[in-house]
Write a protein that binds this ligand. Sequence first.
Ligand code: PMP
Length: 391
Amino acid sequence: MKPIYLDHMSTTPIDPRVRELMIAYLGGAESNTFGNANSPHYYGYEAKNAIELAREKVASLVHCDPLGIVWTSGATEANNLAIKGIANFYQRQGRHIITSTIEHKSVIECCQYLATQGFEISYLKPSSDGLIDPMQLEKLIRRDTILISLMHANNEIGTIQKIEKIGAIAQARGVLFHVDAAQSAGKIPLDLKKWPIDLMSFSAHKIYGPKGIGALYIRTNPRLHLVPLLHGGTQENSRRAGTLATHQIVGMGEAFSIAQRQMHEDGLRQQYLIEKLKNALNDIGNVSINGSTKHRLPHNLNLSFADLDHELLVGALKDLAISTTSACYASPSHVRTNQKSYVLKAIGLGDDLINNSLRISIGRFTTEAEMEQVIFHLKQTVASLRKNHEK
Ligand code: PMP
């Protein structure tokens, strides 16, 4: 039997409706979909039309101008384009950037790179429930601050930041605001028409779309400038060179469109399953939920189990495909254990709890029967590990 998949924050399976559309756009010679979207002929126009429709679908989910959507290879590239692109364009106005200690590696590593290039980075610390305090952020803004980069929902503990409030502060102080929405888009409502946000990163594979495609929203009114990462052709208004991957883009558009139709209903169903798991925790005992229980994504729980031996839990849960931390900084595949979570460390957990933590994230296709199995395995495994621990 295959293990039950509980790692949707790392990636999601493709929705069959997305796959079907992508196959139609993989484009053999007999089709009319294989053209280069930049070519000025029938085949090019067919590809371009499909890409523009996908752009509208992505923009529609987050309520933004489709012209602000720039295709990238994923949220990693979108984060790089936003942070390095703005830093390079605005460096004469200032060289100070604010971010936090619980960002995704693709934000933290960008900032660390910029620090080697003469930029100064301030790292905000979250409270013990994983939330960034907007007032604390405001205190860090200086005359030379050019950018604030924060994630909307955290990829380990699922906490949701007050980005609307932070955006208002950034706008009032004349600082650009970038939000990494890789984990929140398609899970909770986003409204770029109402929220004062200048740049936002997206990824398709977190919401039942293909891997290797994402997008960066760049404010269009007034138009925001940045230095591209890739130099080459004039694709994407010269903001991201390279022939567009029609099938990937069409897949991302469809995934976003399905999310727009189903997000509410999916969220309620997943919340119900997560509540079931939460209720079962009382029977297990000595387990804590990491991150705010109020401001969080509906499909995730990050748990720490006390009274267990060092790092035995994940290995013992063989019937569950589960992780302790973000796949982006797990050790190479020949080593079984992950590196320690810097997110759990940042919210104040000690090594014992970090070593016995689980990031559980369910998805659109997780069933109630599977959740019952998960609860069964968790109860049994923790009880037997604790028995050994007592000996
Ligand atoms: N930001 C966050 C918050 C993420 O969770 C991830 C994926 N782990 C990324 C960025 C990177 O996305 P991608 O895999 O599309 O590069």
